[in-house]
Design a protein around this ligand. Structure first.
Ligand SMILES: [Zn+2]
Ligand SMILES: [Zn+2]
Length: 451
């Protein structure tokens, strides 16, 4: 295996496998905090190697958004994912075009166009969960077949873990995985057989699981805090990822209102998240769901684009769910956060993982009366609103990761998609349980022999 991006960080996740002459790329992400070439996987590492297939685990930016650049370099590559990820990729890739246009300061890379995205989506082949299919490398005229099966990874709609079999050996790549239920998304399913090699994400490796309550407990804690802000006539801003977290939090708020744990209120949403809600709804019978009858569009929401002056959010208590989740400069949540900071009765609630270099991380670690700079070049701002952190995880806790290792029972384990502390914790914990395991911390550009 050759990691060409991601590996020891949550960035441009992309991993190359050469299985008996068939070149397979797992994921093709773009680094959410970098721009230009630095945001892409190092495609040059693939020069002179067979490149036949790219298998996409899910439609988050750090697993999908560099795909158009890969296709520009390898026009004949075959793209395969789940039907839901294909539908979501159409929305998120078009959205990336708009975001990239607003971000790029240099012309190191050409921004892909909406037309390119349309063509790319048409060329994506899709396979359902747990239906094994066969692929054969065509660029090196390999005659060997490789079997591939997608399993529901329990992370977001359409997310898959990938089980690859060839010549009596197998590889299991978790992608982003969760083995606990969320509000809408049930926990992952896994192959019934063991696998020789496991490539596993480690997002929450350095997070003490005591700090991660169950979804229900955490939602009740959030309801209490929202009610408190409402009693003071304040409004609550919740930065969320447009894909996954927006739908899960929206459904959570609705259930709290239905159970009379949260007062009825105006909920504002907007942007691509609204379109993604519809994809969640129309797929509800064809994927696993905690409640197949529940529809996001049954929730009365308002569009934040209809609010002309941000001050209007503070006339009556309300909740605003806005992307991006990590409050990246230029996004609606960033724009709103700056307004919220000056409102002493209101609050910003974070609900997920924050990468250390992001404005979201600075916000999550600030408290009332601090002076903060969300970006290096902005004037310091007083924090007048209250800030609270909640953890609604779409990823397995670290003990959950160890359970996956135990169930898959591989000989070799490759740790990816985590910061160095997370990778260290998971690696040490695996070896503590069983010294006979061979554990690698993946590094971009460093080949790992799987045989
Ligand atoms: Zn993800
Ligand atoms: Zn990810």
């Amino acid at each position: 295996m050759l990691p060409i991006g991601g590996a020891n960080e949550i960035g441009a996740n992309s991993y190359y496998l050469n299985i008996a002459g068939t070149g397979i790329i797992l994921d093709c992400g773009m680094h959410p905090q970098k721009t230009g070439l630095a945001a892409l996987p190092q495609f040059d590492l693939l020069n002179n190697l067979p490149v036949d297939y790219v298998l996409i685990t899910h439609a988050h930016q750090d697993h999908l958004s560099a795909l158009p650049y890969l296709v520009q370099r390898h026009p004949y590559i075959k793209i395969i994912t789940t039907p839901q990820t294909r539908a979501l990729a159409e929305l998120t890739l078009h959205n990336s075009v708009s975001i990239l246009r607003g971000q790029i300061e240099n012309d190191e890379i050409k921004i892909y166009s909406h037309e390119e995205v349309d063509l790319l989506i048409q060329s994506i082949d899709y396979k359902e969960y747990e239906k094994t299919f066969e692929i054969t490398g065509y660029s090196s005229q390999s005659t060997e077949t490789v079997k591939v099966t997608f399993f529901d990874a329990g992370h977001i709609l359409g997310s898959a873990s990938i089980f690859i079999e060839h010549d009596g050996k197998s590889i299991y790549y978790t992608g982003d995985i969760n083995n606990e239920n969320q509000m809408l998304q049930p926990q992952c399913t896994m192959p019934k057989v063991k696998s020789d090699i496991l490539i596993i994400e480690t997002t929450y490796g350095s997070t003490d699981s005591q700090k991660l309550l169950s979804w229900e407990k955490e939602s009740e804690r959030m309801a209490l805090s929202i009610n408190k802000i409402f009693n003071n006539n304040g409004s609550v801003l919740i930065p969320v990822f447009a894909l996954g977290k927006m739908q899960e939090i929206l459904a959570t708020l609705w259930h709290l209102i239905e159970k009379c744990k949260l007062v009825q209120t105006d909920i504002y949403i907007g942007g691509v998240g609204e379109k993604i809600n519809r994809v969640y709804d129309y797929n509800r019978y064809v994927v696993r769901r905690t409640d197949k009858e529940f529809q996001l569009n049954s929730i009365l929401t308002k569009s934040f684009y209809e609010i002309k002056r941000t001050n209007d959010f503070f006339k009556h208590p309300c909740i605003v769910l806005a992307a991006s989740g990590m409050v990246i400069a230029g996004t609606p949540s960033y724009k709103f956060a700056k307004q919220w900071l000056s409102q002493k009765n209101s609050a910003i609630f974070t609900v997920g993982y924050m990468e250390e270099t992001t404005p979201g991380y600075i916000l999550a670690n600030a408290k009332r009366k601090d002076k903060i700079k969300l970006t290096p070049f902005m004037e310091p701002m007083d924090v007048k609103c209250s800030i609270k952190n909640f953890k609604f995880s779409a990823h397995a806790k670290r003990e959950g990761l160890l359970k996956i290792v135990q169930k898959i029972n591989p000989q070799k384990i490759i740790l990816v998609h985590g910061d160095p502390d997370s990778i260290d914790w998971v690696g040490a914990a695996i070896l503590k349980k069983d010294k006979s395991k061979i554990v690698y911390a993946a590094e971009c550009g460093k080949k790992i022999s799987l045989i």
